[in-house]
Design a protein around this ligand. Structure first.
Ligand code: ADP
Ligand code: ZN
Ligand code: ZN
Length: 649
């Protein structure tokens, strides 16, 4: 007589991840257990009770908690992610909660201290929006409000209502905007210290905050995207700020979009979800237009600061000061410095020189591991690849063997150097190179906030959700390279970037000016950016419809990568041929092509694009692609399935 009970256990491993184990006692669904797995012991989640197996099952070594940490809804959420992204369940869990976090023991944590509460009075418009959000059930609200219009105050007000009912609130922001200033501001409005969650926390702090939110001790979590997957005890509201943000799309499997997952989870939990942005994504605006989301608009700033006008500067018509900056922008910088105001300059290129040419034959110096050109950094005194970080100390031309190179192009570092000469000690640079850690980023931001510098030069990261109250001028030095990208979202991205960065100017009592320098002033997008209404959206959505791109079709990319180019192509070809044979008429398989980076970190990359109007047909295709790949793959060959891709490159 078999006294055992049998359970299916989900493990945080990059495979299917569900295995059957036996146990003498009873365990509830959602409880954590410790099981033997090969030579290791791992923590897993009980996801199903099952019947006696005809093969020998290993025994569960230990049951972790007294009560389930994971709810039925949470487990269902994982299953839905798995099926939507055609990603095995184990790999889903592995991508969302590491084994290290999953095995966190529930220890007694310190109390969460209160904060001095500072209240404000909402405007009529804000109040109306707060009141229209029913906190008792699911609905998804899209708040489209110009930068500084008071969206954050709305989120906080709804959060307070939900917390007053004893429920928890999850507030998600892009990693970069999770600054101490924001944490402090939240605390002051809510009257309690928020828990925080992001990947730069120490292991200990991450575990503590995980426990606090999972056990319900913490009522308010301010986190980066990974916070969505903490199994909160009693969550009543999810807020996703800057919902259009590209960093919400996960690069590795499961390649989920945080915003979409927040909406799915809210729906499963039957709780409200709030998405906010000054420049909502085309998808979300479309969802609002078909009444999936409820759209709210805030078109004014409460402190009556006005939105700045955006001026386009044709660089063919003006002198380029230092061969970098169009004269009108340079003049504005002079006056900003003279009047001790502040300016932001956006340049979407890292480093000092952005190209190196061989002086003998003109060949561009490229990385040996990646199909991209090398760039230089003067401060770090190196020539390097921005994709794999390989440094090149002795450069020789791959075509002629010469070691003489000439530098071209200007990155943020070069502009910084030039400005530093013109305006000594008035310049700060922020980009991914200058801010390898949160600490230095914070230090630089504080410096700028404390007006220790007048000019901030940086890449896209300075346009994202940061609050600079004293900025009166914004200059955009390089946007043409993004406009030219072969990506159906290029226009959307440029529009969002320009409107976002422009929104950094004139946020408070001082009014702002925005200048964009370009060699293509007639580009259509520039006509759109001074219209605060939905004109850009209407134009773009028509274009998407005509060209059959999202949200009118679904896309997926299959990216094959392997160290051996021929073998990689061969397997991609097999998968391609198989898909061609089986796919139904509403699934379109595009021919194999080199991925945008045809070589990356020493691996060759091929891509197959798939389009379909049917989600289920698309998923069938993806699962079939994965199976075919698994059958034919060689060695460490990889297939990445990127559904709803955000970057087409
Ligand atoms: P957003 O999130 O839309 O960028 P915020 O909520 O950060 O806007 O508001 C911008 C600024 O205006 C903040 O300093 C905020 O405190 C202030 N503010 C917002 N709403 C009000 C209000 N009703 N009364 C006074 N100040 C407000
Ligand atoms: Zn490289
Ligand atoms: Zn050469």
């Amino acid at each position: 007589m078999d006294n055992n009970n049998y359970y299916n256990i989900l493990l945080s491993v990059p495979t299917e991840g569900v295995y059957t184990y036996c146990y003498q006692g009873l365990i509830e669904i959602g409880q954590r257990v410790v099981v033997p797995f090969g030579k290791r012991t791992l923590t897993g989640i009980v996801i199903e009770k099952t019947t006696s197996q005809d093969f020998e099952c290993k025994e569960i070594l230990m049951v972790y908690d007294e009560k389930p940490l994971f709810s039925y809804t949470y487990i269902n959420f994982l299953k839905q992610i798995s099926s939507y992204y055609a990603c095995p369940l184990g790999l889903v869990l592995h991508g969302l909660i590491s084994e290290k976090l999953l095995n966190t023991e529930l220890f007694e944590t310190e109390d969460i201290p209160p904060c001095n509460q500072v209240n404000i009075t909402l405007t009529e418009n804000q109040k109306e929006i707060v009141e229209s959000i029913n906190i008792e059930k699911y609905s998804c609200h899209l708040i489209k409000g110009i930068t500084g219009s008071g969206k954050t105050e709305i989120y906080q007000e709804v959060a307070k209502k939900v917390m007053a009912k004893g429920k928890q609130v999850l507030y998600i922001v892009p990693e970069i905007s999770l600054t101490p200033q924001l944490i402090k501001r939240m605390g002051q409005r809510l009257g309690i210290t928020p828990s925080v969650f992001h990947y730069k926390l120490t292991d200990k702090a991450r575990k503590k905050n995980f426990i606090d939110f999972a056990t319900g001790k913490s009522q308010f979590m301010l986190g980066a995207r990974s916070a969505l997957f903490i199994p909160a005890k009693n969550i009543g509201l999810i807020i996703v700020d800057e919902e259009h943000e590209s960093s919400y799309k996960q690069d590795e499997s499961p390649a989920y979009n945080l915003r979409d997952m927040a909406v799915l989870y809210g729906n499963l939990l039957n709780i409200p979800v709030i998405l906010g942005s000054a420049t909502p994504s085309i998808e979300s605006l479309y969802n609002a237009s078909i009444n999936k989301y409820i759209l709210h608009q805030l078109n004014d700033r409460p402190n009556s600061a006005t939105l700045p006008e955006i001026n386009i500067i044709d660089i063919k018509q003006h002198e380029l000061i230092g061969s970098l900056i169009a004269e009108p922008i340079y003049n504005e910088l002079c006056s900003v410095v003279k009047n001790d105001q502040q300016a932001i300059l956006l340049l979407n290129r890292l480093g000092y020189a952005t190209y190196l040419y061989c002086q003998q034959c003109g060949q561009v110096a490229t990385c040996l591991n990646c199909s991209v050109g090398l760039i230089t950094s003067k401060s770090k005194q190196k020539t390097f690849c921005r994709y794999c970080d390989t440094e090149y100390h002795k450069l020789t031309c791959s075509a002629c063997g010469s070691s003489l190179f000439k530098e071209y192009g200007a990155g943020t570092e070069k502009v910084e150097e030039f400005l530093e000469n013109m305006f000594p000690n008035k310049v700060i640079r922020i980009d991914t190179q200058s801010t390898s850690s949160f600490k230095t980023l914070d230090k630089n931001l504080k410096k700028f906030e404390n007006k220790e510098a007048n000019i901030l030069i940086g890449t896209q990261i300075i346009a994202k959700g940061l609050h600079f109250p004293n900025v009166t001028f914004v200059g955009v030095l390089g946007i043409d390279n993004i406009i030219a990208l072969p990506d159906f979202r290029a226009m959307e991205k440029v529009y969002q970037l320009l409107v976002q960065v422009a929104g950094r100017a004139g946020r408070e009592h001082l009014s702002g000016k925005v200048f964009i320098q370009t060699s293509n002033p007639e580009t259509f997008i520039f006509e759109m950016i001074n219209n605060p209404d939905l004109e850009f959206y209407n134009w773009e959505i028509k274009r998407r419809k005509v060209t059959a791109y999202p949200p009118f079709t679904k896309l997926a990319r299959l990216i094959f990568s392997y160290i051996n180019q021929e073998e990689c192509y061969l397997v991609a070809k097999i998968v391609y041929n198989n898909l061609k044979n089986i796919c139904s008429s509403n699934v379109k398989i595009y021919s194999i092509k080199d991925a945008f980076l045809s070589k990356l970190q020493n691996k060759y990359r091929y891509e197959i694009l798939i389009k379909s109007t049917s989600n289920s047909e698309l998923n069938k295709t993806l699962i079939y692609a994965q199976q075919t790949f698994n059958k034919h793959k060689k060695g460490a060959m990889r297939l990445k399935i990127d559904k709803d891709p955000y970057f087409m490159m």
